[in-house]
Design a protein. Structure first.
Length: 645
């Protein structure tokens, strides 16, 4: 069923229900919306799309898939994480790009003294993290960082006897009053039991118990033990200074119920797989495999005295992953909330049309991934002109591209433009002054003129005149290489048309991603044989360093597998990235080093952020409390969802 047909069916459904459609003028072609949710249009003649009065204590959540099970340490899936967030409520959650404790009194910090680094003597045979970041049994010749050393420059080769190395500790305190669904207290022993399970040989997803999902944090944990009934202490192996240390609290599992059961027997228990004990706002009361499951309010939830959760029953049912079917179910009143996995690759214009017709709200959940334009600064082939070696030319290209217009093209105004490699409201961008290369074709022309790229014959194409390293008369013709996909082809055409206005001529080159990024010298992307390359990158500072550090340049030395495809090399950035990796939360250099990376990358433009990838969620317009953000699940605060009067 096409979405166009779905729209027609929905119109018929509303008309049969006695609902007059809003005038055409109420359905804007290019709607404007705030970052989190679009404003509902004027009310329809009836409230057919709203829940009936007898359902005010019930919420129907529709998903694209059904969880295989609900065991914390089995294979993670999106819908499973949604359900577990309702059962477990944290223990640590992200909002506004920062982590916050839920069942803990606070997150440990080096600045506060509940996390610390201490020297410890290690001897031959002891497990350590070596200077290269690998797990090693200390032996003669092992390269390690002695106490106080924070870089490879001061690393030494172990010879014999003992050597002092740094190790890290952090303390976590559980809030008093948190209880399991059966009313028994949640204790430090429950978190320790969970950690012990995570290290079992039979467990394949031992990192799933940490909110960071860091397998490294699990591997390099030396000890995790209870200090008292409500306190646990995490200790890392010598040499391991974990930037994730504030998050190294293992999500509890009920030791009183499960401890002592052989792991294989535990993995076969129905109460473990399908109705696990939790401490959150809800508990599982029914499980119809592959179809639906029901959650009811947990009477022993520690916020029950505050009237939470607001909605007493949540039904999660499967509608599949065809957006047309999902939107039709929403239109027929069979769903109050459509999760993002039920709307994969949904066309935005159809989504907005359905939103306007049904008085729903569209929410955007930013993925930690963005599309970017990579400039080839140092082509691997010496015969290929290094047109973009000059940073001011890259800046001029940035001035040529209307990124708000691009956001409108891709997401019809639902998502703000991406001007840096992090969203504009990210805390790291606050107090970090940078020059944003916003759309300004006139300024781009001035920069190009100053560089010697001139259009002397008025044909609209610039040529080199006295440009260092470029033959005079060379036209400003560049190849834009784009991985094959409908979206990227449209974006590529948009970029080409924008650059053409500034005097570039852009030759579009579409190719399968497997060919562009094959690990060989002939590959256009990995082999650094492009002029411009459109691709996606992770949205984090470490990923940003990976795009531009000198030792990450894709070349023969790393079998053309490096993540730096531009050939960019700048000692100042290498130093800033090294500082960033050596800094830890709670130290002065933590924020400063990350802002330095952002400033350098923004000023020198080896890559240009284009737009952030998003997922969509659709809810009834009178359902409040839905939260969205960078990579956080829509049901994170399910206890606060409520129906508006």
């Amino acid at each position: 069923m096409t979405l166009q047909r779905t729209t027609i069916i929905l119109m018929a459904v509303l008309l049969l229900a006695g609902c007059g459609l809003p005038p055409a003028s109420d359905i804007p072609a290019t709607p404007t919306a705030p970052p989190t949710a679009t404003e509902p249009p004027a009310p329809l003649a009836t409230q057919a799309a709203s829940p009936t009065p007898e359902r005010r204590d019930r919420l129907i959540v529709c998903s694209g898939a059904f969880p295989t099970d609900l065991f914390l340490y089995s294979e993670p899936t999106y819908i499973k994480s949604v359900v577990l967030s309702a059962l477990y409520d944290g223990p640590i959650e992200m909002s506004a790009y920062e982590y916050h404790p839920v069942i803990l009194t606070k997150l440990p910090s080096l600045a506060d003294g509940d996390a610390w680094i201490e020297p410890v003597a290690v001897a031959e045979g002891d497990l350590v993290m070596d200077a290269g970041g690998a797990l090693a049994a200390l032996a003669p010749g092992t390269i390690v960082r002695p106490a106080g050393c924070r870089s490879g420059d001061c690393a030494i080769a172990y010879e014999n006897g003992t050597v002092q190395m740094d190790r890290m500790r952090a303390v976590f305190n559980i809030r008093p009053g948190v209880q399991w669904t059966d009313g028994s207290p949640l204790t430090a022993a429950d978190s320790v039991f969970s950690y012990q399970l995570s290290r079992s040989e039979e467990i394949l997803y031992g990192n799933a118990g940490l909110v960071s999902n860091s397998a490294t944090s699990v591997t390099f944990t030396a000890d995790y033990s209870a200090v008292d009934a409500n306190t646990v202490q995490w200790t890392g192996l010598p040499g391991f200074l974990d930037p994730n240390y504030p998050l190294n609290f293992f999500s509890p599992l009920p030791a009183g119920q499960l401890a002592g059961i052989p792991i294989l027997d535990l993995l076969a228990r129905e109460d473990v797989l399908y109705s696990p004990a939790g401490w959150g706002p809800y508990r599982v009361t029914s499980w119809d495999a592959g179809e639906s499951l029901t959650l009811e309010a947990n009477p022993n939830y520690d916020l029950a005295g505050e009237g939470l959760p607001s909605i007493q029953e949540v039904v999660i049912r499967v509608v599949g992953q065809d957006p047309a079917t999902s939107l039709l179910a929403f239109g027929l009143g069979e769903c109050d909330l459509l999760l993002q996995d039920s709307l994969p690759n949904v066309p935005v214009d159809e989504l907005l049309t359905v939103e306007a017709m049904l008085r729903g709200r569209v929410y955007t959940d930013l993925q930690p991934l963005y599309e970017q334009l990579t400039f080839n600064i140092a082509p691997a082939d010496p015969q290929q002109p290094a047109i973009f070696a000059e940073p001011r030319l890259r800046q001029a290209a940035a001035f040529c591209i209307d990124r708000p217009g691009l956001a409108e093209l891709v997401y019809a105004g639902l998502v703000p433009a991406l001007e840096m490699s992090l969203p504009g409201d990210h805390p790291l961008l606050q107090g970090a002054p940078v020059d944003l290369f916003r759309y300004d074709p006139q300024k781009a022309g001035q920069v190009l003129d100053g560089l010697g790229w001139l259009d002397t014959n008025g044909d609209g194409l610039r040529e080199a005149h006295g440009v260092p390293g470029i033959d005079d008369g060379l036209p400003l013709i560049v190849r834009l290489s784009v991985p094959e996909s409908d979206l990227r082809s449209r974006v590529g055409e948009y970029l080409a048309s924008q650059l053409q206005v500034c005097g570039f001529q852009v030759m579009l080159e579409n190719a399968p991603a497997r060919d562009l990024f094959a690990q060989n010298a002939a590959a256009i992307g990995s082999g650094r044989r492009f002029d411009l390359l459109e691709t996606a990158s992770p949205m984090n500072i470490d990923g940003l360093c990976g795009l531009a550090e000198t030792d990450r340049i894709s070349g023969e030395g790393n079998a053309w597998s490096g993540s730096n495809l531009s050939g960019y090399s700048l000692p100042a950035l290498d130093d800033a990235c090294a500082r960033m990796r050596a800094s830890l939360p709670g130290t002065e250099d933590y924020t400063a080093s990350r802002q330095a990376v952002l400033r350098i990358m923004n000023d020198t433009v080896p890559v240009l952020p284009l737009f952030v990838y998003v997922n969509f969620t659709v809810s009834r317009s009178d359902l409040s409390g839905v939260t969205t953000g960078l990579g956080q699940g829509e049901l994170q605060d399910l206890e606060r969802f409520h129906w508006e009067p």
